[in-house]
Design a protein around this ligand. Sequence first.
Ligand SMILES: [Zn+2]
Length: 181
Amino acid sequence: MICVILTLSVDNRVEDGRLNHLFATWRMSYIGAPKHEGCIFCDFPAENRDGERYILHRGMDCFIILNLYPYNPGHLMIVPFRHTNLYETLTDGELLEMNRLAARSIVMLKRVLGAGAFNMGINLGKDAGAGVEGHLHLHVVPRWVGDNNFMPVLADTRVLPEAMEETYRKLKTGWEDEAGF
Ligand SMILES: [Zn+2]
C-alpha cells in the first residue's frame, strides 16, 4: 500500500520572506488562469464587462476596481484611465478625482464593511513593489481590529474569508447608495 501525504500551506512565507501567494479555493481560478498580456488597467475598462472585471465605478478620469489579489476584503484600486506610471504627469483633474474617489470609498467601506482603519498608497515602479508597473494605481485597503498587526508591503496578499463575487456585490450596492456623497 502506498500512502501519499500532501501538505498544503495556507500561509506561504515564500523564499524572499514576504507574505505572498496563498491557497484559497476561490483563488484557484486566478492562479490557474493564463497571465494577461498587455495592461489590465487599460484592457479591463475597454472590455465593457464591469461585473466580471470587478469594476466598481467609472468616473471622468479614473475608475475603481477591486484588487484580484486583495490584502483584505474590499481592497480597492483607484486608477486613471490614462496609461502612465508617472505620478508627476497626472493632470489636476486626475489627481482631484483620484482623491475624491478615495474619500468616497472610505465612507462606503466604513459603512458597508464596517472598516475601522485604512491603508492607502501607491507603489510607484517595480522596485517599490508595483504589480502592474506601467499603470499607476492607488490602493485603498480596509482594516479591522486584529486583522493583522502590520502591513509589510501593499502589493502582498493573504488568505481571505470571503469570495470576490460576494464582496463585489456588497460594494456595488454600497457604492450606489453613497451616490449623494
Ligand atoms: Zn495601462
